[in-house]
Write a new protein. Structure first.
Length: 295
């Protein structure tokens, strides 16, 4: 990882928790047909412009009929001391032979004592009821019409649907509708093919992986004047968000692929997410301890 060349620190208030969830939602996946509900867990570190800014921990419990998923993130190192920020996202739902059916999703974050939260409740027929604090109007954005919410996934369930399909041997190429409580967007996946991930002191993984390219298409619920310097977004607006490259690989013997690396660009520099540890169901953590990034 190169030494940081940017003196400007990320503005954590502009970190879109839903975008982070969408990028990290696929941290874990298991075969939908497995009978065990023992959790799989993984840890990741997010670097922006060569600086470690976030630590992420994720767990998933999944059986042949249901799933529960949780992703936690908080600011790291110097940035964490200057701008303490944390977020928790949770999703649960039913597993069907051909798809996942979300039942409930929640996301909450706190920055300098100011909370933000989203709760999504699904009726199983494609409809969703949202409780959002603060309301979308206070963020200078138009509410998403009900017709555009219908059939959309929450960020965690949506990405998990892609990974369970990949675990069945399907290509990652697909378009996925997502509603995060404030915004409605499409995540467009393109299968790039097998690639090698080189060894890095920041990651516990090196070896063969499958690369997927993920693009973002905004649909509804965006503010009229988005602020600059936002994590995971260009100043020209959400429609100009660059694609992300995601690498999937079988890390734990007998388990489906996990995301092992993610790369994209932002106004604040290159964004790289490294896998830093994995704990299989009922097992002990695997992999060594990566060297911390410059802070």
């Amino acid at each position: 990882m190169p030494s940081p060349s940017h003196t400007r620190r990320p503005d954590i208030r502009q970190f879109r928790a839903s975008a982070l969830a969408a990028a990290l939602a696929g941290l874990l996946s298991v075969q939908p047909g497995t009978a065990s509900a023992a959790p799989v867990s993984a840890t990741y570190r997010v670097h922006v412009g060569g600086v470690a800014v976030l630590d992420v921990a994720a767990t998933l419990e999944m059986t042949g009929v249901a799933y529960k998923m949780e992703v936690k993130a908080q600011t790291d190192g110097f940035l964490g001391r200057m701008f303490p920020w944390q977020t928790v996202s949770r999703s649960e739902g039913a597993v069907r032979p051909d798809r996942l059916v979300p039942a409930r999703h929640s996301q909450s974050s706190v920055f300098r004592g100011k909370p933000r939260s989203v709760t999504l409740e699904y009726d199983g027929q494609g409809n969703v009821a949202a409780t959002v604090l603060p309301p979308p109007e206070e963020d200078d954005r138009e509410p998403v019409p009900d017709a555009q919410k219908r059939g959309a996934y929450d960020p965690l369930s949506g990405f998990l649907a892609v990974l369970t399909a990949a675990a069945r041997g399907e290509a990652c190429t697909r378009s996925l509708p997502v509603y995060d409580g404030r915004r409605r967007y499409d995540m467009i996946f393109e299968d790039v093919g097998p690639r090698l991930v080189g060894a890095s002191r920041y990651s516990v993984f090196a070896g063969a992986a499958r690369q997927c390219r993920v693009s973002y298409r905004p649909v509804a619920g965006y503010g009229k004047n988005p602020p600059s310097g936002a994590f995971w977004r260009r100043e020209s607006g959400p429609s100009e968000r660059p694609p992300a490259d995601l690498w999937l690989a079988p890390v734990v013997p007998g388990e489906p692929p996990l995301p092992v690396r993610l790369e994209t660009e932002s106004d604040l520099g290159a964004v790289v997410i490294h896998l830093t540890g994995v704990t299989p169901p009922g097992g002990s953590p695997s992999g060594g301890t990566p060297t911390p990034a410059p802070r």
